[in-house]
Design a protein around this ligand. Structure first.
Ligand code: ADP
Ligand code: ZN
Length: 431
């Protein structure tokens, strides 16, 4: 296999840490000098940038939170003059106000390099054709991937999301080999391909898809892989860290390599802010090590994951995290139990007869209703089959999350279709 940056991906750990330290020092000096918000934060902390001797010293610095980005919105955290910034992106605003992030020319190039490196890691070459079905615009998802794929020499089809008929026509007409798409939309597109009687293995040229921008389970990955006969790679990122390309799976698909030459990674207990041990679940905290326009120090992502302590079979030195469990804001509490939507999804996507779409409705008195679409042919079968399926869903959810749900079985097409990030939970308890 041909690597994009073999020397940077497989260099000895110690060398990687030396590079991290050098870049960390530079980043800290820069924000200290150029960003009043950080100067104040650092002055209030226990350490001066010139005293940083090891990457662990970063723990002496305060966190940057999403709120910090709002306080100095829109230009406050910029470390270069605005005339040197060449692009603005904002987060998709799943939670709260949008966050504005700026890119210099170097930042644009660098984020594209990380994507290029990631795509090549999964076996992509310039012979591939990428249909980019993420939203183009303020959202980083599509544009950052677009530039990265172009860097490899891949032919990019800037399809954007939605208009599923057209998506499928594009795949057929141009021989799309790779998709970049959200998991919820991928489930829908796969179901339409199936309903149309298209045989993906014969009628399409798809080989792989990159799914990210929202949490999904291993079961969902497997389900789409089987439906389309392709390999799916998990792709993680957030606007505040350039967008996609922060972490990416290699061909072994066992967790996401975080590009540690560009991001310093910590996992902390979300309540205490203290580091957890490797392998323990906590909140991912990232520091940019190679960013010009808007470096961020110890940024609290609110995404929950764990470091996978074992080295990867591929030989890359960059450590892996397990797929994102969810963001701390996604968690909901029913009958005193903490639940992530992904735990429900994991159960549903592993059950035969369950189709692609579902919704969790939280009703008065802490009743959790799981509304789930099921295969169309089940409705034409015997009613006992439906009863059994319903019982299976109730039992499996109960044993997975310790709360007994009410389950409603629905015909496919009943629930709203998601073309971007899906809204899975409707909480009626507070309305
Ligand atoms: P917003 O915070 O407004 O949704 P972004 O569009 O930048 O802004 O989304 C980044 C967030 O999307 C991440 O913090 C994470 O919660 C989620 N995300 C991105 N990629 C993945 C992935 N592969 N798995 C799980 N969650 C992801
Ligand atoms: Zn690997």
């Amino acid at each position: 296999m041909q690597f994009w940056h073999k020397e940077l991906e497989t260099l000895p750990r110690q060398k990687l840490e030396e590079l991290q330290l050098e870049r960390l020092k530079k980043t800290l000096q820069k924000v200290y000098q150029k960003v009043p918000h950080y100067r104040k934060k650092i002055q209030d902390s226990a350490i001066n940038p010139s005293e940083i001797k090891s990457i662990n010293d970063i723990k002496k610095l305060p966190f940057t939170t999403k709120e910090d980005l709002f306080v100095d919105y829109p230009y406050g955290l910029l470390a270069i003059p605005t005339e040197r910034a060449i692009r603005l992106h904002t987060s998709s605003g799943t939670t709260g106000k949008p966050k504005a992030i700026f890119f210099s020319k170097k930042d644009i190039n660098n984020s594209a390099e990380l994507i290029a490196r990631s795509l090549v890691m999964t076996g992509a070459t310039k012979k591939d054709i990428l249909q980019n079905s993420m939203t183009y615009g303020l959202f980083t998802g599509a544009l950052v991937m677009h530039y990265g794929a172009e860097k490899v020499g891949i032919l990019v089809i800037p399809a954007g999301p939605g208009n599923t008929e057209r998506q499928i026509n594009l795949m057929r007409d141009f021989g799309t080999t790779m998709l970049h798409i959200t998991p919820s939309y991928a489930l829908y597109v796969a179901s339409v391909i199936y309903d149309k009687g298209i045989d993906p293995k014969k009628d399409l040229k798809l080989k792989r898809a990159y799914l990210g921008a929202e949490p999904y389970s291993e079961e969902t990955r497997r389900k789409i892989e089987e439906m389309l006969g392709i390999d799916i790679y998990n792709c993680y990122g957030l606007t505040e860290m350039n967008g996609p390309g922060v972490g990416f799976e290699c061909i072994y698909k066992e967790g996401l390599h975080i590009w540690e030459d560009n991001f310093l990674m910590e996992v902390v207990n979300p309540e205490t802010g203290q580091s957890v041990s490797d392998g323990e679940i906590g909140e991912l905290v990232l520091t940019t090590l190679n960013r010009e326009a808007m470096p961020l120090i110890r940024y609290r992502t609110r995404d929950l994951t764990r470091v996978i302590p074992e080295p990867c079979k591929c030989g890359r030195v960059h450590r892996r995290i397990s797929r994102i469990l969810g963001r701390s804001d996604d968690m909901f509490i029913v009958k005193g139990v903490n639940i992530f939507p992904q735990q429900i999804e994991q159960v549903l996507m592993g059950i035969k007869g369950v189709a692609q779409n579902y919704q969790i409705v939280l009703e008065a008195f802490d009743e959790m209703v799981v509304r789930v679409e099921i295969d169309r042919d089940l409705f034409d079968g015997k009613i006992e089959k439906l009863v059994r399926l319903k019982e299976e869903i109730v039992d499996k959810i109960r044993s997975n999350v310790m709360v007994k749900p009410k389950v409603e079985l629905l015909e496919p097409g009943t629930l709203p279709i998601s073309e971007g990030k899906a809204k899975r939970v409707i909480d009626k308890r507070t309305i």
